[in-house]
Design a protein around this ligand. Structure first.
Ligand code: DGL
Length: 276
């Protein structure tokens, strides 16, 4: 039987925190995860480059048979999704679908806040795109969003320094910067798929009355709703409970080592050669 998995894409490992939640909520489907670790991080790259890299990876996932691809990366969702949905898919294959993580998060995040003041922490690319300010504004016009770029968090996490004492300085630094913007913030959104790895450290440096929200469960719930609302798509996805992992780095053992930290289970990846 032909494999028609759900594709999950991230610039590197971070999307595995989202995949983990998706797999917990929707264990019956087949999945292919692709991390573009050879070209990560995307966070500081230009709009054009992020679009080009993301589209190349999405096309690779389509070649693996995926009818649906989730961009489990805020930076790619902020800077590439619109072009992919509105231009690329029309030319490539209008039957295929690509979804991101920003809209599903924006749809619900306002419900978490009583003070109606939310801090959104992400990469430079995500913050500069203003995607969260725009999207949250559509669903919750009375919410004020304070953004904070945390450019050093992804390198700390990807280099395995996230739980070491050196990380504390940078965790504190960005939290102090965002909290200085308002004393009414009661909700802090981790708008980068890597940040759940430092969630505990973040909590240690936050006042107890500020809640920290990670995206994994929100995106997983949104995907479950999407599949219910789109039975043709749901039927087209194969359901053999398989998971495959691919990285664009030829050192797959290195990927497997870090991937386990993000996914919470052993990972055995293959090498995906993306033609540039
Ligand atoms: N996974 C990306 C995100 O959610 C961050 C990593 C990167 O900068 O490539 O924004």
């Amino acid at each position: 039987m032909e494999n028609k998995p759900i594709g999950i894409f991230d610039s590197g490992y971070g999307g595995l925190t989202v995949f983990r939640s998706i797999f917990e909520q929707l264990p019956d489907y087949d999945y292919v995860y692709l991390g573009d670790t050879a070209r990560a991080p995307y966070g500081n790259r230009s709009f054009q480059t992020i679009h080009q890299y993301t589209w190349e990876c999405v096309q690779w996932l389509f070649k693996q048979g995926c009818p649906l691809v989730i961009l489990a990366c805020n930076t790619a969702s902020a800077k590439a999704l619109r072009n992919i949905q509105q231009l690329d898919l029309k030319n490539e294959d209008p039957e295929k679908r690509v979804l991101g993580v920003i809209r599903p998060t924006a749809e619900v995040i306002g419900d978490y806040s009583k003070t109606k003041q939310i801090a959104v922490l992400g990469t430079k690319g995500t913050v500069q795109s203003e995607s969260y300010v725009i999207e949250i504004g559509k669903f919750f016009p009375d919410i004020t969003v304070y953004q904070q770029a945390c450019p050093l968090w992804v390198p700390l996490i990807e280099n395995g320094e996230y739980d070491k004492p050196g990380a504390d300085y940078f965790v504190k630094k960005y939290l102090e910067e965002v909290l200085a913007k308002s004393d009414q913030i009661d909700t802090l959104l981790l708008a980068c798929t890597h940040y759940p790895l430092i969630q505990q450290k973040i909590k240690e440096y936050l006042p107890a009355d500020i809640q920290v929200v990670a995206q994994g469960d929100i995106v997983a719930q949104s995907l479950a709703d999407y599949l219910q609302r789109h039975p043709e798509m749901e039927k087209s996805i194969s359901k053999n409970k398989t998971q495959q992992f691919f990285t664009t780095t030829d050192d797959t053992a290195d990927f497997d080592h870090y991937a386990e930290l993000f996914f919470g289970a052993k990972v055995h990846s293959g090498y995906a050669e993306i033609k540039c």
